[in-house]
Design a protein around this ligand. Structure first.
Ligand code: ATP
Length: 237
């Protein structure tokens, strides 16, 4: 090419190459209580996607489900105990400080504004949560603020009858996880993780039946449950 013909991507009308940015995982949940399913999911995503950190954000007043059995403060304390010592994991209590329902869109918007373009957000969720996403408040706007990273979960599949969800996935699915740090237009990535059939519901049920959730939750979390006699009749563990 003659030296005076110097075309840039801008002059050719193409999008400029995006700069890779650090990725921050956003792990919302009720965490009633936090368990190894949550922790392993966050760890595997942090490693496979190269996340700079994962923020655990307990929902104070979840809009889509029965209200938790324990207070938001107790759930946040259990998260703090569970993640202590992992330099990648951080507790973020912003939803405890807000009034009304804890909408994920508000949390993402707040985080996105605080980052001022210095990092990209990845909203992390299991397949069960993603299957219900079209009922979330302002769900179509989630991708304005974050990528969505969906993990496999035992017993959870995409509902084949939800055409809206299917179209959402097909339209925004990324072809490669390598796109996450560089692609300014947010997309959806589905990641397979180690299948751990652990749920907070089963943990609460086993405690109610007088069984221990030992080896399903970190020991410190179990100690906290016992000390505060959460989920009924647990003090003997
Ligand atoms: P509950 O049984 O009370 O509904 P849960 O175990 O599903 O609770 P949540 O706090 O509701 O836990 O989940 C927070 C997030 O973690 C959700 O996106 C959920 O899909 C995901 N998650 C929880 N447990 C697992 C697991 N074992 N494998 C993969 N993802 C999980």
């Amino acid at each position: 090419m003659p030296s005076h013909l110097h075309f840039t991507s801008m002059t050719l009308g193409m999008a400029p190459p995006a700069t890779p940015l650090p990725l921050i995982g956003v792990m919302g949940g009720t965490f009633d209580p936090i368990h190894f399913g949550h922790l392993r999911m966050a760890q595997e995503l942090a490693e496979s996607l190269g996340l700079a950190e994962v923020r655990f954000i307990p929902s104070a007043t979840p809009p889509h489900r029965e209200q938790p059995m324990t207070s938001a403060t107790q759930r946040a304390e259990m998260v703090a105990l569970a993640i202590a010592g992992n330099p990648l994991f951080k507790l973020d209590t912003q939803e405890l400080e807000r009034q009304g329902y804890s909408y994920t869109i508000d949390t993402l918007q707040f985080l996105h504004e605080g980052l001022q373009g210095k990092a990209r957000l990845c909203l992390l969720m299991g397949m069960d949560a993603f299957a219900g996403i079209t009922s979330w408040h302002r769900w179509q706007e989630l991708l304005q603020f974050a990528h969505i990273v969906v993990t496999t979960r035992p017993g959870a599949a995409l509902p084949s009858s939800n055409l809206v969800l299917d179209a959402f996935l097909q339209t925004h699915m990324l072809s490669d996880a390598q796109q996450l740090p560089i692609q300014a237009e947010h997309g959806i990535w589905v990641q397979e993780i180690t299948a751990l059939d652990i749920s907070a519901t089963k943990i609460r049920e086993s405690l109610a039946y007088g069984c221990t959730p030992r080896y399903l939750v970190p020991d410190k979390v179990l100690e906290f449950i016992c000390q505060h006699d959460l989920y009924s009749g647990t003090s003997r563990y």
